[in-house]
Design a protein around this ligand. Structure first.
Ligand SMILES: Cc1ncc(C[n+]2csc(CCOP(=O)(O)OP(=O)(O)O)c2C)c(N)n1
Ligand SMILES: [Mg+2]
Length: 599
């Protein structure tokens, strides 16, 4: 059998498992692995400017395309600790990434060697497996198991930590005899699906809650087919947004405390039976459970057995991969339809659609400084249905969730549970690498943008063009809004007089100069009428220079965005849409002028 260094075997395995894209940065302890990447040539590498950035790039890369597993690589010590945030956000959103770190030699691990830290122990709670591989001959098995675990059950990240001497040690290995291990995904049984359909059949106002598990299972088409067969409206979760197109007649809006629509919450509150598929009843979706559950029965389908009953006990729990479950749901629903056993839902579907047409928030404001709602209206005009949006957290992301439209799975790419500031920019770069043809539009507040701003240089160096809409209120806006409860406005200001850039008018950082300094293009907008032309100009600049283009929109400093503590008490801070021209890009808004308003 062939003899080779353990790292050579590792790189051959990565290639065979289909993980051919790495994001990272070298250091002395991981140089052997880099030498193997160079030698074999089958793995492309993007050099990040911060190791946390590399981990989020890997996430963006995985999230963009079914089957992708992004790899992030760093040296020993701080590189691993920097990547923990990526591991956490990947784990929290059920996203597989493989994190590879260098480590001090085995014999020196306990001697407080330079940059030796027990990264496997630190990473344990945020990975499916975190292992320092102590025996060179275990390297192939560790990688084999890593891929099996990342793909089986609830997907998630793995960290493999490779001591320097383990990387270099020679082992016997033949890639031709290496086979990926079988992947295990539980599947619903016919009895379970029959029971769930029986519960839906006796409902008067049934709803489907479509979670990110459907996207992970690449099963959005089956979801839509099932919803159409049984004629039941769908509420996607934030992670499931795009499983059913926003303009589909059965898309009933999103429910929740923040990234939701008024009609989404109203539709959920009106429902009597809810079928959740591949979702986890996240607290920003449910709000208080008393309100969320009141008077409703729940079915919960999830791939991970211990997710059933974690948040509240469902009336029926089914352990299944979302795709496998939906396949059976479609099959049984077809049979019932042919037998004339599916109830007529015309009235209920019409009610939900009417709320979607009428319960709208206003977006059309002409104010200067610009009100944030207007930005999303202009974005909808500028970007088509195939746009891939990337965002993380903040008022910017929340308003994006309320006002933008998403039409396809993996076209709203968001670190939903962890919400780590700084994620947007590197994740967008990862999406660009995964889908170079796509129109990628990132959405950040000024603080999120500043967090990992240095990654712009990566976009310029590697020619990863995308548009970054930067909504600048010179505030930690979401936290400022949250501090209203404490009657403070404390440590949330980002404004200062920039001695080099008086033109930013006290908004502090001159993002245009920073972006240009990093080799990107940037435009600044101060008035609502300039937004659309700037976005159009950005598309041209992106095509011409093949670099990231930042469109900074200077917002009014203080705007509160609709949110609340329960899904039945969302606070509206602006007047609602009462005429078509108030919400010209809302779906169904074409008929707004004739509409009967619901309060
Ligand atoms: C690492 C990290 N620290 C703190 C927070 C809490 N946090 C959430 S949003 C936010 C402010 C975001 O400000 P900005 O990006 O400007 O967005 P805005 O709300 O102003 O639109 C903060 C500090 C976080 N999500 N992540
Ligand atoms: Mg801000």
């Amino acid at each position: 059998m062939a003899r080779m260094r353990a790292v050579d075997a590792a790189v051959l395995i990565l290639e065979k498992e289909g993980s051919t894209q790495a994001f990272g940065l070298p250091g002395a302890a991981i140089n052997p692995f880099y030498s193997a990447m160079k030698k074999h040539g089958g793995i492309k590498h993007v050099l990040a400017r911060h190791v946390e950035g590399a981990s989020h790039m890997a996430e963006g890369y995985t999230r963009a395309r079914a089957g992708n597993i992004g790899v992030c690589v760093g040296t020993s010590g701080p590189a691993g600790t920097d990547m923990l945030t990526g591991l956490y956000s990947a784990a929290a959103d059920s996203v597989p990434i493989l994190c590879i770190t260098g480590q001090a030699p085995v014999a020196r691990l306990h001697k407080e060697d330079f940059q030796a830290v027990d990264i496997a122990a630190i990473a344990k709670p945020v990975t499916k497996l975190a292992m320092t591989v102590l025996e060179p001959a275990q390297v192939p098995g560790a990688f084999q198991q890593a891929f099996q675990l990342m793909r089986s059950g609830r997907p998630g990240p793995v960290l493999l930590d490779l001591p320097f001497d383990v990387q270099l040690a020679e082992i016997s290995f033949d890639i031709d005899t290496y086979e990926p291990l079988p992947v295990h995904k539980p599947a619903a049984t016919r009895t379970q699906v029959e029971q769930a359909l029986d519960m839906l059949a006796v409902a008067e106002r049934p709803l489907i809650v479509a979670g990110g598990g459907i996207i992970n299972a690449d099963a959005a088409d089956r979801l839509v087919e099932f919803a159409e067969l049984v004629d039941v409206p769908v509420i996607p979760t934030l992670m499931g947004w795009g499983t059913i197109p926003d303009d589909h007649r059965l898309m009933a809006g999103m429910a929740g405390l923040q990234t939701s629509q008024r009609y989404g919450n109203a539709n959920l509150l009106a429902a009597d039976v809810v079928l959740g598929i591949g979702n986890r009843w996240a607290n920003r979706h449910t709000g208080g459970l008393e309100v969320y559950r009141r008077g409703r029965r729940f079915i919960h389908v999830d791939i991970e057995p211990t997710q059933i009953g974690r948040v509240f006990p469902p009336d029926l729990g089914i352990v299944s991969d979302a795709g496998a479950a939906l396949e059976l749901f479609v099959e049984v629903a077809r049979e019932r339809k042919a037998a004339g056993r599916l109830p007529d839902r015309t009235g209920w579907v019409g009610e939900c659609a009417e709320r979607k047409r009428t319960m709208l928030r206003r977006t059309h404001f002409d104010d200067v400084p610009i009100k944030p709602q207007r930005v999303y209206e202009e974005m909808i005009k500028a970007f088509g249905k195939d746009t891939r949006y990337v965002s993380t957290i903040g008022l910017s992301q929340i308003a994006g969730g309320q006002f933008l439209h998403v039409y396809r799975p993996r076209h709203w790419i968001n670190a939903g549970q962890a919400g780590p500031l700084g994620w947007t920019l590197p994740a967008a770069l990862g999406v660009c690498v995964a889908d170079p043809e796509a129109t990628v539009v990132a959405l950040s507040g000024d603080y999120d943008f500043q967090f990992l701003i240095e990654e712009l240089a990566v976009g310029a160096q590697f020619h990863l063009p995308y548009i970054h809409v930067l909504v600048n209120n010179s505030y930690l806006g979401l936290i400022r809004q949250a501090q209203r409860a404490f009657d403070i406005d404390y440590c949330v200001q980002l404004s200062f007089d920039n001695v080099n850039s008086p033109e930013v008018g006290g908004y502090g950082v001159d993002h245009v100069k920073v972006a240009e300094g990093m080799g990107c293009k940037a435009l600044r907008v101060q008035e609502p009428g300039e937004i659309l032309p700037a976005l159009e100009q950005a598309k041209k600049l992106m095509a011409q220079f093949r670099v990231p283009v930042v469109v900074e929109v200077i917002l009014e400093r203080v705007t509160n965005i609709s949110m609340g503590t329960e899904i039945d008490n969302i606070v509206e801070f602006e007047e609602l849409a009462t005429r078509g021209e108030h919400a010209p890009t809302a779906l169904g808004a074409l008929n707004l002028d004739q509409m009967q308003f619901l309060d």
